[in-house]
Design a protein around this ligand. Structure first.
Ligand code: SF4
Ligand code: ZN
Length: 350
């Protein structure tokens, strides 16, 4: 029988895994300690938090945000960050997916002892994702969902008086986003998507403490710590463009294991020529949210939905912007139900 491989860190324990990130053979305890120390190192090196801040942790019930909430609570206590942490979830209204994953968040709220607040698309926009999908068809659901979620998190966090939002984006997510923005030629997003702390131009700052953590290691960490998370994929995910970037990245990783870290590095180092015009940030004429156009993307998409023309808001912004800003007729605007919905914005505390 071959001799057991010993942990390359402590030299005493039996190695339980080979780290996907470094190839190092480690025992369970040394892996957990190394993973926690690396996330702490990321937080300290990038100065992600200041003492006294209230941090809303975006909690979806999935592995990344579950590990993030667990780690932030642990590291906050261990290293005295001085943070007030709370969980913030977005209920997109996706039956069989988000309702189940929110159950996982609720279970974790008990385990972590952190307050949980939920904001829902139905309350914020008057539309659930399931209803949007029925109107829009199988494609472009994630366009609506992504735009609405971004704003929902911001609005929820602002209502709770949070100073910052922490999200569970990991290194694989960042690499995928770099690849996706590159393939789409979206220079504006490409320039900022690899940043660890974003949103300085008037938006609530967002940070990604797991930015350098590999997805595979997050799964291993969650497993070793016995964390309770929801792992089913969203029913609309198979039609998302991101899925193609993910497949491409997995193929690249099979040939070159450092592909994830390399792409993150490329995104960080990328410089955009000075003469490339970048969108200038203003605020949406309708809802006041940050926008580089007269109307923010969420208002445009919502208007398309309310007019029964959901495709109008997709693709080039100019078409719908023009319709809404130049030729605005008296009847153009939020429908009554959306107006009521936006007035009724509130969070649900559990
Ligand atoms: Fe929303 Fe698309 Fe994610 Fe589903 S996969 S939660 S529709 S962004
Ligand atoms: Zn708006």
């Amino acid at each position: 029988m071959p001799a057991p491989v010993l942990c390359q860190s402590c030299g005493a324990g039996r190695a339980a895994l080979r780290r996907p990130k470094t190839g190092q053979a480690l025992c369970r305890e040394c892996f957990v300690a190394a993973f926690e120390a690396e996330v702490h190192g990321t937080i300290v090196a990038a100065r992600l938090f200041q003492p006294g801040e209230t941090v809303a942790v975006g909690a979806s019930g999935g592995k990344d945000s579950t590990v993030l909430a667990h780690l932030l609570r642990l590291l906050n206590q261990r290293h005295g960050y001085g943070l007030r942490l709370l969980l913030l979830s977005v209920d997109e209204g996706i039956a069989g997916y988000r309702d189940d994953s929110l159950d996982a968040v609720r279970r974790n709220r008990g385990r972590l002892g952190l307050p949980l607040h939920v904001v829902s698309y139905r309350e914020l926009y008057g539309w659930s994702m399931d209803r949007i999908a029925r109107h829009v068809g199988p494609k472009n659901n994630c366009t609506f969902c992504g735009v609405f979620r971004r704003q929902a998190l911001d609005r929820g966090a602002a209502l709770l008086g949070a100073d910052k939002i922490a999200t569970g984006h990991n290194a694989d997510d960042v690499a995928e986003t770099v690849l996706m923005n590159f393939l789409r030629g979206d220079v504006g997003r490409l320039r900022r998507c690899a940043g660890i702390l974003t949103g300085s131009e008037g938006a609530l700052p967002r940070c990604k403490p797991l930015k350098h953590a590999y997805e595979k290691e997050i799964v291993l960490y969650a497993y070793f710590q016995g964390l309770d998370y929801f792992s089913t994929e969203c029913v609309y995910a198979p039609n998302a463009y991101r899925g193609h970037a993910r497949t491409l990245l997995k193929d690249l990783e099979a040939i070159r294991p450092s592909a994830v870290a390399d792409l993150v590095h490329s995104g960080e180092r990328l410089a955009v020529r000075e003469d490339v015009r970048m969108p200038t940030q203003g605020t949406c004429q309708r809802c006041g949210y940050l926008s580089s156009q007269p109307l923010c993307k969420a208002c445009v998409l919502l208007e398309g939905l309310n007019r029964g023309l959901p495709r109008l808001g997709i693709g080039k912004p100019s078409r719908m912007q023009k319709v809404l800003t130049d030729a605005e007729k008296p009847e153009v605007g939020f429908r009554e139900d959306s107006q009521q919905a936006s007035r009724a914005i509130r969070t649900v505390d559990f």
